[in-house]
Design a protein around this ligand. Structure first.
Ligand SMILES: NC(=O)c1ccc[n+]([C@@H]2O[C@H](COP(=O)([O-])OP(=O)(O)OC[C@H]3O[C@@H](n4cnc5c(N)ncnc54)[C@H](OP(=O)(O)O)[C@@H]3O)[C@@H](O)[C@H]2O)c1
Length: 327
């Protein structure tokens, strides 16, 4: 079958190559001997693939390997006794191997894809939306009526977090760097948008009536301290990622003086060994899809063969919402 491989660790320009590789067996590394084979219609491209082309991601498979953590498509085969049926439309999380015509995913990370979402949106669903739910609700304890500040708000995790937060009944303030990204964040449902190169901390305090209840931070870097300063008493900052490139440090006296928390949210490390939790999050997100809150924003589409351009778009900081490969 046709696939894209990472063949070395020289970065997006030269590490990604088209290849003809054997189709996967119906067995996934998380569920040895069992797996759902999916005929892939669309594959999601995410920041980890940028990092994987340089060997900078925590998961480091032996070279060469087929990247691609999430796909949408139709079930080719499902394990005996599965509720999934051949031909059924699904969103699935193979973890690796998604940039290919056929992928294998664990049954517990394969979800029926509702008619409201097309295949491209299905390929944008699992990583970002499961992370958003996990970070906002399970780690951040977000409640209806609270105010959330979302950093990197026009990105994949950012737009997903806006939609999940709105679905929960929170008010959302988006932090973005350009006009185009402000439009994307507002289209995703943000109530307010502030600019990362402006006085966003003061604006966020004013817009929230004194401080936000939660900061969702996939960016890290220099703005971290101002994110902490924008929290209200009892506020939580949920650490999700470091697209700015540097890992911030916390002076913990700030936490004491202001009665605030910094909380880590690593969805994969926590959830991938817990099928019941994945089902619980999948069901909660299903309700938000049915309620019209979740509609993944697809910022760019490329044919599989142009995976290099897709990955480079994320690296260049010009991507909005989700970037997908179409097969
Ligand atoms: N913890 C978890 O479980 C989990 C799960 C999924 C993803 N992640 C991580 O979350 C992060 C965000 O992923 P994503 O898919 O949302 O990425 P994305 O779509 O590329 O969005 C990231 C945003 O970060 C901002 N940014 C600031 N400085 C940047 C820089 N130097 N380069 C690139 N972007 C920069 C950009 O917004 P502005 O231009 O508006 O500033 C951009 O829109 C990644 O680090 C990813 O690995 C973590």
């Amino acid at each position: 079958m046709k696939a894209i491989q990472i063949v070395d660790l020289s970065g997006p320009d030269s590490a990604l190559r088209e290849a003809d590789v054997p189709e996967p067996e119906a067995s996934h590394m998380l569920t040895p001997g069992s797996g759902v084979l999916v005929d892939v219609a669309a594959a999601g491209v995410s920041f980890p693939e940028v990092l994987q082309t340089r060997g900078e991601y925590q998961v480091k498979p032996p070279l060469p390997f087929v990247p691609g953590s999430e796909v949408a498509g139709t079930v080719r085969s499902a394990p005996d006794g599965s509720a999934l049926e051949p031909g059924q439309r699904v969103a699935a999380f193979p973890m690796l191997g998604g940039f290919a015509e056929v992928a294998v995913a664990p049954e517990f990370l394969t979800f029926p894809l509702p008619d409201e979402l097309d295949d491209r949106q299905g390929a944008a669903l699992i990583l970002n939306y499961h992370t958003a739910w996990f970070a906002l609700v399970l780690r951040g304890r977000l409640k209806a009526g609270e105010t959330v500040l979302v950093q990197g708000a026009a990105g994949g995790v950012g737009t997903a977090s806006i939609q999940v937060a709105k679905g929960i009944g929170a008010k959302v303030i988006a932090v973005v760097s350009t006009d185009e990204k402000e439009r994307v964040a507002r289209d995703a449902g943000a109530d307010e948008a502030v600019r990362s190169d402006g006085p966003w901390r003061d604006e966020a305090k004013e817009l929230s009536g004194g401080g936000v209840d939660l900061v969702l931070d996939p960016v890290g870097g220099d703005r971290f301290t101002d994110s902490l300063r924008s929290l209200a008493e009892g506020g939580r900052l949920v650490v999700v990622g470091f697209t700015a490139g540097s890992i911030p440090e916390v002076r913990v006296n700030r936490l004491l003086l202001n009665n605030i928390e910094v909380v880590g949210a690593g969805w994969g490390a926590f959830a991938l060994g817990k099928p019941d939790l994945c089902a619980e999050i999948g069901a909660a997100l299903g309700d938000l899809i049915a309620g019209g809150f979740i509609r993944p924003h697809i910022g760019a589409r490329f044919p599989l063969e142009e995976a290099v351009d897709a990955v480079k778009l994320l690296e260049a900081r010009t991507a909005t919402g989700k970037v997908v490969l179409e097969l």
